[in-house]
Ligand binder design. Sequence first.
Ligand code: A3P
Length: 299
Amino acid sequence: PRGVGWICNHLYQYQGFWYTARKLLGAINCQGHFKAQDTDLLLVTNPKSGTTWLKAIAFAIVNRKRYSFSHHPLLTTNPHELVPFLEIKLYVDDHVPDLATFTSPRLFSTHLPYLSLPDSVKHSKCKVVFLCRDPKDTFISLWHFTSKLRTSGQEPISLEEAFHRFCRGVSLYGPFWDHVLGYWNESQERPDRVCFFKYEEMKEQPAVHIRRLAKFLGYPFSPEEEEEGTVEEIFRLCSFDTLSNLDVNKNGKMESGEEYRTFFRRGVVGDWVNYLTPEMVDEFNRITDQKLGGSGLTF
Ligand code: A3P
């Protein structure tokens, strides 16, 4: 496709970020065809930053009047089916989906960097939620995920090699730091349009951030709902323990063949201590300081 720069071990660079061939075609197709509506809600993450969790929480918030917590779609359907990815699921390859069946507000997700969002998203009033995660945990999670997805015929990629690529920015939707910074800057300039969350903060104070998310999305909790414990219900329903133990998430798979259980590994903060050498940690910190220094964003 036009505009594709270089190719590195089957990742293709487009508008400064790295994609697999399939995701790149999906991205270009989505840029060309997706028409955002003012009422759309778009959930954005870097891969392995807690996308599945964010999808579950946002879906539960927005649809809480439609479903009871005991018969909730999240109990039988994986969050990725309830909140589809634009460039990975809906606009995959050169398919142009019919979105007429989606009722308002439409909830979509994407890993696209801010720069590469379809123009209609940038020019509409639709709300964008960005969730990020410490680069060290994101990297470890990504390494596990891609190791599991590699088919038996492919060479496993060592942690060291994956680390060097990640630090050079050559990772899926990388460079990680530029991806995060694009949304951070936008959230500072237009806080009514882009709201920024951190995985670590959500783990520490889930109720605070579920309320913040609900308010930003335009679905704040009423005093009655607060009284009834709705925030806690949503937190419990979307927790790692609940979702990872559901039959659908233990045994189901995506159309593309990826098993849902690969999206649930440990779900904790700081697992990187079990994998990274002190030199690797120094390198992560150095890049983070260099790329994010002065932006106000820290990890
Ligand atoms: P780990 O590999 O560190 O365990 P994504 O959803 O963006 O693919 O991210 C996957 C990461 O989020 C994995 O991290 C996964 O375990 C974690 N995760 C999935 N569901 C979660 C939940 N409900 N709460 C917290 N973390 C969750």
